[in-house]
Design a binder for this molecule. Structure first.
Ligand code: UD1
Length: 433
């Protein structure tokens, strides 16, 4: 199994291009199931989760190919197989994205129920509530969700849950409602930019959608959708991770193709922490901008609470915590989206961080230095926080189980090393002692 061997401390400087968004790509790929025509997606990152979604689509009769220009071509050629089996779903919870499109287009979907994951229970009750409201009959058969509906019928659906709105739940209900009969209103819809991106691709396919990006989305169902050619939005979580990487290494990075306006909650916290962030060209597209991030001194302590968009994203909580372990004072981090998402806490502690957790809150009295140590990646974003900490720590850090990181960051070591990082990918069987 691969691990990262990181030598620190290092300082990052230079320019890096932000890839297309993984989280936007997954429901966009599933949208190929909604049409008989080809769907072309540009700037889809080459990641494990994306390859898993492509395998799932292949199983569901949708051919997938990556062209020389990097675009992904998706085309349904055999609509007879509508079963997403456990061995694929267990590798990727986002397989649930296929539910809405299959049901809407084929009238039938069978999807293995996703299990829990490292960051908590991750139920899908809101997805199912949405499908039921659209008239689907849902049963649980042998661990699979089996959903049937001769034709979905539009209605008003409240999608709020105990932790706020649901991103993939909103994507699923939206992707089903576009082919439903009549008007669907999704109340308490997720406002994340990835939903706006999905809505814009669906609109290009012929869907009639209003309000994407607000808590009320209105969809007027249409009889059929065509193909489209869509460029995926840049990955705001990758961009945020590299911003924090610049901050923790007291570096100077320019991020190209950076979704600046989708990261305001993040740049707000970084600026309060004393990090200098600037759009290099005010007149450019603010969501594909060049952004310079500079840190000259130790970060100042901050308070941070994760929230649904436009609040601070839970997917950047672990990385920011790595930065705060080295801040000059006491920070407080509260997780309101996934209250159990703190697997990085014991690992950062192994590197000398002071972290005191009470329920969904962690108090972080900053220390002057972290020291390299062997640590274990446990989920995607926690792994990123350990890599950031490793670049700032003194000595050698070995981050094991880097396959978690590869799910969401395209060859992170190859992107960071030209900027000054010293990271080597090695097979952990070859590590001495
Ligand atoms: C997506 C992102 C993930 C991000 C998360 C929150 C993808 C592929 N993944 O995940 O990276 O961390 O949004 O921004 O886009 N919930 C329920 N019932 C449901 C669904 C969710 O109670 O049916 C709860 C969850 O347990 C969680 C909260 O709602 O506490 C938000 O989860 P949700 O927005 O659904 O996360 P995902 O869409 O799965």
């Amino acid at each position: 199994m691969d691990c990262f061997r990181i030598e620190g401390p290092t300082r990052l400087a230079g320019r890096v291009r932000i890839n297309g968004s993984k989280n936007a790509s997954l429901p966009l790929m599933a949208a190929a199931l909604l049409t008989d025509d080809p769907l072309i997606l540009r700037d889809v990152p080459d990641l494990r989760d994306i390859r898993n979604m492509a395998s799932l689509l292949e199983e569901l009769g949708c051919s997938t190919s990556r062209e020389e220009d990097g675009s992904l071509h998706l085309h349904v050629t055999d609509p007879s197989q509508s079963h997403a089996r456990y061995d694929i779903v267990k590798t990727m919870r986002a397989s649930i994205c296929a539910l809405g499109p299959l049901l809407a287009k084929r009238g039938y979907a069978r999807i293995s129920m996703p299990g829990g994951c490292a960051i908590g229970d991750r139920p899908i009750d809101l997805h199912l509530r949405g499908m039921r409201a659209l008239g689907a009959e849902i049963k649980l058969v042998g661990g699979d969700v089996v959903a049937t509906a001769p034709r979905l019928v539009g209605t008003t659906i409240f999608l709020g849950g105990p932790f706020g709105s649901t991103v993939l739940g909103t994507a699923n209900v939206l992707s089903a409602a576009v082919l439903a009969q009549g008007v669907t209103v999704i109340e308490s819809a997720a406002c994340e930019p990835e939903i706006v991106d999905l809505a814009s691709a669906l609109t290009a396919m012929g869907a009639k959608i209003q309000g994407a990006g607000t808590p009320r989305i209105t969809v007027e169902g249409v009889e059929s959708l065509s193909g489209a050619d869509h460029r995926v939005m840049p990955d705001r979580i990758e961009a945020g991770t590299y911003m924090i990487a610049a901050a923790i290494t007291r570096g100077d990075l320019e991020l190209e193709n950076c979704p600046y306006d989708s990261l305001l909650a993040v740049t707000d916290r970084l600026e309060v922490a004393g990090i200098d962030i600037a759009l290099t060209d005010e007149s450019s597209d603010r969501n594909r901008a060049v952004v310079r991030v500079r840190a000259e001194q130790r970060a100042k302590p901050i308070r941070l609470t994760t929230q649904p968009f436009p609040g601070y994203p839970t997917d950047l909580q672990a990385q920011m915590m790595a930065l705060l372990t080295l801040a000059d004072g006491n920070s407080v981090v509260t997780e309101k989206v996934f209250p159990e998402r703190f697997l990085h806490v014991p690992e950062l502690s192994r590197m000398g961080a002071q972290l005191f957790r009470q329920g969904a809150t962690v108090v972080v009295p900053g220390v002057e230095r972290l020291v390299g140590a062997p640590v274990m990646a446990s989920d995607l974003r926690a792994s990123a926080s350990l890599v950031l900490a490793g670049m700032a720590a003194e000595g050698r850090t070995v981050v094991q189980r880097i396959y978690h990181l590869d799910r969401g960051y395209e060859r992170m070591e190859e992107r960071l090393c030209p900027l000054g990082a010293q990271i080597e990918r090695v097979d952990d069987a070859t590590l001495e002692g």
